[in-house]
Design a protein around this ligand. Structure first.
Ligand code: DGJ
Length: 729
């Protein structure tokens, strides 16, 4: 049993292999949070806390006489609103009478086997006997607003998931103005916050800082999870390293705007609250109606590496779905950086032919194949072939590519429309625009109103027709601007606060219909690179294009930052041209291959213009990737260096049974008189002997981990090395 209720002490304890989570119903019926961290057996953790009067922290009427209890001080499982807790709130409401208070008392709880699902939203799943569910119901006695706190406990995987259902169990309407998925109090400790910031073409840069006595907000108001912040944060002990120290991960499985707030209070108690962004949010609940928040995936581990590995396994096995998520992925050639919009059948065929000769598995036709799409001014919304560019239609090109022995994939950007398109001319009211105001443009395009069912149905018809009528094995699903003008012409004035979230629900419902109807198609997410790289999208698309920056050296940080929460199998990563189109940097083809291979691998450059030596290198990279892919995607991933520091970056992947490993190293700052490039390996079997294919040495696991490996100096720009280790005893 991973969930236990102690009736006498009113304790609810959730246990995973290496963590424990405990809460207690107190005398007043509040649900207090007692512990989340390393295992504590069956111990009642309330011994850590005592009642005390803190000046200016108010007392509820029931404890007015002894003044020793305040909601402002006690750790809570889900913080209330307007009831004397001045820390970050988890909920904000407007009640039918205009009052704004909400105070929740325990009503009941229920333990179920298996994992809950969430209506209309992505939710991690149980592969059979992996999870138990706890549902704790709390209620505001005055308004009848009920909250149901859901917990999914994956005991062996060291994962606890949470989400909140709000139910209007009262007689009048209630409007939610904030509805968090998670509130987590960490009453003791000295913590750092790690988060992953960025911008277009520079996503998920890791940043770590002590949590001061303030409120830190990580979030997005852009209608997508965004390039600027990722809905994944880590709170770790100030001294935590890759190998040791208390580390908590909080990952929101949601692709719209989000908010993660972290507050260090007056008594050094840290509270994290995470959920949908409340800037563009209000949701009216009539009596009897419910609202479901997205899920937060929590993990606790000793050290950052163990934390990342928990997420890697969980995302691969319990979030990503479908035929492809655990399968080998095709090696792609994408035409975007080869031709941009300037495509035609001859050029595409020439590129595909060259790719086929190099062993590449799949051709992807990117932006520009449809409507009047010659640049980014026109065409979005018109999902029919541009016969000026492809006069023989899509099928002719697809057939020729299939005849080369390659699969065919195609790019779409369904949620967008250009003013210059047949779709916009027919349905201007299908775009998000504010009445009486000129809209904000991004890349010359407007955002379609995915909160409008008619729009979602239209897109479903376009895309399902495309997939039914053509032999398409892969879809790249793009989204190239932030959302603005959050106003739906299909909803009444008092429902406009629902548009942002309904937009995301519309997207999810469209994806769900398509992936169910076309289970053989591999979907890759994308948003101007990695602007929507989150566990919500990964529920529908098992891989996501990581960034529009394809420079291998920049990618080391982007991929390294992403690796804190997400497995390499989810990271679309391509070898592109040198000099690189985004940075102008020149890097060897070998280094570009080494970096992109730690991902869902592919190419994105004009192969027809490459020298024979580069083609030869590509041919052997594709072969090598096919040999190593199982190890790369299924093995345990170790960051051996801090990707933001130093003059080289190294990372390693070790097979689950420790029989093989791949060590990767890239020099990021070549130096004269170089110091030895020395690195200690991780995760090997200390008692095994490993043969290193590249230098024929046989060295023990313990020596490689405790002594290390020294690379010979490498002269030249951004050189790299890859070592294959195989256990020989
Ligand atoms: C942004 C994507 O990230 C690129 O790979 C490419 O597909 C362009 N959009 C096309 O417009």
């Amino acid at each position: 049993m991973s969930i236990v209720f102690d009736q006498q002490k009113k304790l609810l304890t959730l246990a995973t292999a290496k963590s424990a989570y405990q809460m207690q119903i107190d005398d007043l019926g509040f649900l207090q949070h007692l512990h989340y961290g390393a295992r504590t057996g069956s111990q009642d953790m309330s011994y850590q806390y005592y009642d005390f009067d803190y000046a200016f922290s108010g007392n509820p009427a029931e404890r007015r006489s002894d003044r020793s209890f305040s909601l402002d001080i006690v750790p809570q499982e889900f913080s209330s609103f307007g009831e004397g807790d001045y820390r970050v709130n988890s909920v904000a409401v407007v009640n039918a009478d205009g009052s704004r208070a909400a105070r929740f008392h325990y009503v009941s709880h229920e333990i179920r086997s298996g994992k809950y699902a969430i209506p209309e939203l992505p939710a991690s799943y149980d592969n059979g006997d992996e999870a138990e569910t706890l549902i704790v119901t709390l209620r505001d006695t005055v308004t009848g607003l009920m909250i149901k706190l859901y917990y999914g406990v994956f005991e062996k995987l060291d994962i606890i998931t949470r989400y909140t259902e709000f139910v209007n169990d009262g007689k009048g309407p209630v409007t939610l103005e904030k509805a968090a998925s998670l509130c987590l109090d960490l009453p003791m400790g000295t913590w750092d916050l790690m988060h992953f910031w960025g911008k277009h073409a520079m996503e998920r840069q890791p940043e770590r800082a002590p949590i001061g006595h303030c409120i830190t907000t990580i979030g997005s108001t852009r209608g997508t999870s965004s390039h600027q912040h990722n809905p994944f944060v880590i709170i770790c002990d100030h001294d935590a390293t890759e190998d040791h120290g208390d580390c908590y991960g909080m990952m929101l499985a949601y692709s719209g705007g989000f908010k993660a707030e972290v507050e260090n209070s007056q008594i050094n108690s840290v509270r994290a609250v995470m959920g949908i962004d409340d800037t563009y949010f209000s949701w009216k609940l009539e009596p009897g109606q419910s609202f479901h928040t997205p899920e937060v995936i929590l993990s606790f581990a000793d050290g950052l590496t163990a934390l990342s590995q928990n997420y890697h396994h969980f995302i691969r096995h319990n979030v990503c779905r479908g035929k492809h998520h655990l399968e080998k992925r095709p090696v792609l050639i994408n035409n975007w950086e080869a031709t941009y919009f300037d495509l035609n059948e001859d050029k595409m065929y020439a590129l595909a032919k060259e790719a086929a000769a190099l062993g590449i598995d799949q051709f992807v036709l990117d932006d520009g194949w449809f409507g009047a799409r010659y640049d980014d001014n026109a065409g979005l919304g018109d999902w029919f072939v541009n016969t000026k560019k492809l006069p023989n239609g899509l099928d002719s090109l697809i057939q020729k590519i299939n005849d080369l022995g390659m699969k065919f994939g195609i790019w779409v950007e369904p949620e967008m429309v250009n003013e210059d398109s047949d779709l916009y001319r027919a349905h201007p009211d299908w775009a998000l625009t504010e009445p009486g105001r000129k809209p904000v443009f991004g890349r010359n395009q407007l955002v379609l109103d995915m909160a409008n069912q008619e729009v979602v149905d239209y897109l479903y018809n376009c895309l399902s027709t495309l997939l039914k009528e053509h032999n398409i094995a892969y879809i790249k699903w793009d989204f190239n601007r932030s959302v603005s003008d959050v106003y739906s012409h299909a909803l009444p004035a008092d429902r406009q606060g629902e548009v942002s979230h309904r937009f995301v629900l519309g997207l999810y419902s469209l994806l769900e219909r398509l992936i169910s109807e076309f289970p053989d198609v591999l979907f890759e997410g994308c948003s101007g690179g990695g602007g929507r790289f989150d566990a919500g999208m990964l529920y529908y698309t098992p891989q996501i294009w990581l960034s529009d920056d394809t420079d291998a050296i920049e990618r080391l940080i982007i991929q390294g930052g992403t690796s804190y929460g997400y497995p390499v199998s989810t990271m679309g990563a391509h070898v592109s041209a040198s000099p690189n189109h985004q940075t102008g940097r020149t890097t060897p083809i070998q280094t570009r291959g080494v970096v992109a291979m730690s991902g869902a691998f592919g190419y994105e450059l004009d192969l027809t213009k490459l020298p024979e030596s580069d083609k030869e290198a590509i041919r052997s990279q594709v072969c090598q990737y096919h040999q190593d892919e199982v190890l790369i995607h299924q093995g345990d991933y170790f960051r051996l260096t801090d990707v933001t520091k130093g003059y080289f970056t190294a990372w390693q992947i070790v097979s689950k049974d420790k029989s093989g490993s791949l060590l990767n190293l890239v020099i990021t700052r070549p130096q004269p008189n170089p110091a030895p490039l020395h690195i200690r390996l991780k995760g090997l079997d200390p008692d095994a002997l490993y043969k290193i294919a590249e230098d024929d040495q046989i060295i023990s696991g313990s020596a490689l981990m405790n002594g290390g490996y020294t690379f010979r100096p490498m002269m030249g720009d951004y050189r790299s090395a890859q070592l294959h280790l195989t256990a020989v005893s």
